[in-house]
Design a protein around this ligand. Structure first.
Ligand SMILES: C[S@@+](CC[C@H](N)C(=O)[O-])C[C@H]1O[C@@H](n2cnc3c(N)ncnc32)[C@H](O)[C@@H]1O
Length: 281
């Protein structure tokens, strides 16, 4: 047996142990990238083998948040892909403006950068008072950081550029205070945000949403899991509701995508067909 086969066995055992010990099912994540992350985690935690990592994960419960972070990559940016935020500002939100109450589900919110970006967008378009944002993630540690809204100041320059490119009407600095080498987002931006743990693999519909953002999350999933999660989003959207995916994600191989029509193919914005459109042959 060569080293690669041995690694594959160790990764499979790690995944099984993770599910049985902690209840997190990674069996439907894309195998190549998951294997890479498990290996990286083993290296970072100075485990000689993946089996060594499995042993620590089984016997050291406080290690779990660290393991989850390593497996799920909670990396994000404010106004990441500014074109998407410009389209939300100019195209999508005006179409949602007729609803008396707007629900937005941000699935896989990581450390919250997109949540604060959305809140700023809603403030500037005058819709925030009647919007509720549900920001969810698998990782409780990521959610706690998202709630704090504290980030390294070195990010601020790039994020300001993103904000301007997305059509921002003020200065991003109006929304944070800077201290030493950190910035803290204005906590008023959180007033209509509910942070909650939700696992897209095992949990059900979270809310009835007019807009769902789930960007750069499904890229880590197998096609089968992507399709299941798409069904979850379809069932969570109101008719005519919008779904935004990451720019490298697509619905091409998803059987459950039939009722999701491209609204802006390039920006990966989709729209749930209305009842009438769904009935059409
Ligand atoms: C790369 S970040 C994407 C952050 C943000 N959406 C963006 O595009 O900038 C991926 C996030 O998905 C979360 N995630 C991974 N698997 C998940 C699952 N099964 N359920 C919910 N969130 C998950 C991770 O914890 C991580 O925070």
């Amino acid at each position: 047996m060569d080293a690669k086969e041995l690694d594959d066995i160790e990764v499979a055992l790690f995944i099984q142990a993770m599910q049985r010990r902690h209840g997190y099912d990674f069996s439907q994540y894309a195998p190549a990238s998951l294997k890479r992350r498990v290996q990286q985690l083993a290296d970072q935690l100075q485990c000689r083998t993946i089996s060594g990592l499995t042993e620590r994960m089984l016997h050291e419960p406080p290690l779990l948040p660290r393991v989850l972070d390593g497996l799920t990559v909670p990396a994000s940016d404010m106004f990441r892909d500014p074109g998407l935020f410009r389209s939300l500002r100019e195209q999508v939100l005006p179409m949602l403006a007729s609803y008396p109450q707007i629900n937005i589900w941000q699935a896989g919110c990581a450390h919250g950068q997109e949540v604060y970006s959305l809140a700023i967008l809603l403030e500037e378009t005058g819709l925030y008072e009647r919007t509720q944002i549900f920001a969810t993630d698998l990782s409780e540690r990521a959610l706690r950081q998202a709630e704090e809204g504290i980030y390294p100041a070195r990010e601020a320059q790039q994020w300001s550029r993103n904000y301007q490119a997305s059509g921002g009407t003020c200065s991003l600095a109006d929304y944070y205070s800077a201290r030493y080498n950190l910035i803290k987002l204005d906590q008023r931006l959180r007033r209509n945000v509910t942070f909650a743990q939700h696992n897209l693999v095992s949990d059900g519909v979270f809310c009835e949403a007019h807009l769902i953002l789930c960007r750069n999350v499904m890229i880590y999933f197998s096609n089968v899991l992507q399709d299941r999660v798409l069904a979850l989003f379809r069932d969570s959207l109101v008719r005519g509701g919008f779904l935004c995916l990451g720019l490298r994600e697509s619905l091409d191989y998803a059987a459950n995508a039939a009722s999701l029509a491209p609204f802006d193919e390039r920006l990966r914005i989709f729209r749930l067909a209305s009842q009438a459109e769904r009935k059409a042959p």
